[in-house]
Write a protein that binds this ligand. Structure first.
Ligand SMILES: [Zn+2]
Length: 89
């Protein structure tokens, strides 16, 4: 006789998908000075991905925005190229 056979494990976790409307759930990258000021003043900043958001005091609570991460990894030169290409298209 087993006591575990009737137990079904269900997770109550929401399905975290990378939808466009989910920006508020991410921690974005932005200029450090601007982020610091924004956290003090409560003003929004423009993230690398173009999202205007108010940085959280506790960014570790949120997963890093994949678009910001990608742009961050490109480095300054890579970002410049990307932004230029975006404006030209
Ligand atoms: Zn972002």
């Amino acid at each position: 006789m087993t006591s575990t056979s009737s137990e079904t494990l269900t997770t109550g976790r929401p399905d975290l998908r990378l939808d466009d409307g989910d920006h508020e759930r991410f921690a974005h990258f932005a200029e450090r000075d601007k982020v610091t000021e924004a956290m003090v003043m409560g003003t929004p900043v423009v993230a690398l991905c173009g999202k205007v958001w108010v940085p959280s005091r506790d960014p570790k609570k949120y997963p890093v925005c994949p678009e910001c991460q990608r742009l961050y990894d490109l480095g300054p030169d890579g970002r410049m190229d990307e932004w230029k290409a975006r404006q030209e298209s």
